[in-house]
Design a protein around this ligand. Structure first.
Ligand SMILES: Nc1nc2c(c(=O)[nH]1)N[C@H]1C(S)=C(S)[C@@H](COP(=O)(O)O)O[C@H]1N2
Ligand SMILES: [Mo]
Length: 251
């Protein structure tokens, strides 16, 4: 025979077994309704509610990164590299340039500027690349470059808030030529802050002392003679994009 206490206990247990799933279900429905109402009450961005837009943007960033890192420009052997390297485009490479006063101005997200000399860049691990440099005008040439991966440079100088932004911009010291680059492409493992061509310091007409080499883009993005680097979530100005070329100019 069961005692009265035992009977009520088992009754309670049966009750719990039935009511717990019931309450879990109800809470789930309520949470879903609240979530739905909350999203519905949020402001929209580009026709999509902001919380959903954030998820979309995060996904886009992730996949852009993933795709761009997986996609590498073909690399060539040293013997394939041209000895007479073609020179194309001299905007921002005026004769009034004084190499002695050159510095790289890194304008950080908060607006403060870090000023670096070439040695500050050269002391970082060196990377080299031999690839088929493609100009949008139709020619291409296998060329050999040396410098620092832009991603290594940004990490070494703790540009973490800047890495999190959508774009990087660069311009010549006289601001005559300038480019904007999406951050995934800027952080691509083949993108270099380049100070050597064919194992020697960059020639003047190749952007001495420092140029960009970005093999996943057409040549228009490989800015010669970098004077300043800056960061933005919106597209920085781009010389050739302003003249009708594709902003991304990817390969
Ligand atoms: N400062 C500067 N960088 C520049 C240009 C320019 O006119 N000025 N032209 C671009 C273009 S269109 C190309 S194809 C490449 C050419 O690089 P190269 O001179 O090493 O061949 O540089 C790019 N970088
Ligand atoms: Mo070009």
């Amino acid at each position: 025979m069961k005692t009265l206490e035992e009977k009520t206990l088992s009754k309670k247990a049966i009750l719990n077994r039935k009511t717990i799933p019931f309450w879990v279900f109800n809470l789930f429905v309520l949470a879903f309704m609240y979530g739905w109402i909350w999203i519905h009450d949020q402001p929209s961005a580009e026709g999509v509610k902001q919380p959903l837009r954030t998820v979309l943007d995060k996904n886009e960033k992730f996949f852009n990164n993933w795709i761009s890192n997986a996609h590498k420009a073909k690399s060539y052997s040293l013997s394939a590299a041209a000895k007479n390297v073609r020179v194309n485009g001299n905007l921002g490479l005026g004769n009034d340039f004084d190499p002695g006063t050159w510095a790289l101005h890194v304008i950080k997200a908060k607006g403060d500027t870090v000023t670096l000399k070439l040695d500050d860049i050269k002391k970082l691990p060196k990377s080299e690349i031999i690839f088929d440099f493609k100009c949008i005008e139709g020619w291409s040439q296998v060329t050999h470059w040396g410098g620092v991966k832009l991603s290594d440079f940004m990490k070494a100088y703790n540009l973490n808030d800047e890495i999190a932004m959508n774009y990087i911009g660069m311009s010549t010291p006289d601001e005559e030529y300038y480019v904007g680059i999406d951050m995934p492409s800027a952080l691509h493992p083949q993108t270099l802050l380049c100070y050597e061509m064919n194992g020697k310091p960059l020639p003047m007409n190749q952007g001495y002392p420092l140029r960009l080499i970005i093999p996943v883009k057409y040549g228009i993005k490989s800015l010669k003679r970098i004077g300043s680097i800056y960061f933005d979530n919106e597209r920085p100005p781009d010389y050739w994009a302003e003249r009708g070329y594709d902003y991304f100019s990817g390969l």
